[in-house]
Design a protein around this ligand. Sequence first.
Ligand code: PGA
Length: 251
Amino acid sequence: MRKPVIAGNWKLFKTSGEAVDFVTELVPLVKDIIDVEIVIAPAFTVLATVQKKLEGSGLHLAGQDCFWENEGAYTGEVSPLMLSDAGCSHVIIGHSERRLYFGETDDTVNKKLKAALKGGLTPIFCIGETLEEREAGDTFNVLRTQIAGGLKGIPAGNVNRMVIAYEPVWAIGTGKTASDGQAQEAHKFMRGLLSEFYDWTIAEETRILYGGSVKPENIKGLMAQPDIDGALVGGASLKAESFASIVRFKQ
Ligand code: PGA
């Protein structure tokens, strides 16, 4: 019932030539996959170039962030309207690197989620605990605070239009994936939170992705978990072949 999503987050990688090479290689490798929502999140500067290459492929384009106003005197920002205009259907919001290096808080994440939804984009709302928080036994409290803060004032009818990405900070770019059991435990807890904050139907309809050192070797085990609906992939999304084999997790 929940269509799996596999999203590649390119972060601060790829010039336009590299992006074109990637897409040219990727599209034929995944063209027969229709039961997975495939999303690519390049840097802003190559969105339009990638969009042209994706035309007719069925693949989706995402921004890696957006601001909460559509226009104004906000130097350096990019709005939901501008992302749609560049061909995006999705936008990553609240990635832990933005929280860590760029002062993103639950409050700014909340404003961005609302703006993205209003602009017709599908937000990929990222949350996750640090190693210290996990070791202190605080994982569930952190997830509760981040979900409650991020979703504040967002009505039920909009929540199931979003995608949530659970990305334990200690697993991002470290090669250390959460075990299938650890990830499932967190996902089940988050689905429980959605049913507490909204209702069970909303919880059942909302897709929750796992992120943090996802690779072709561990995607099958993760996707076999009942509450894991896909993956947000960083490092392994930079090579067409490894991203394609993650997308083809069923084979
Ligand atoms: P990683 O990054 O796959 O390189 O760990 C995941 C992410 O940050 O979304």
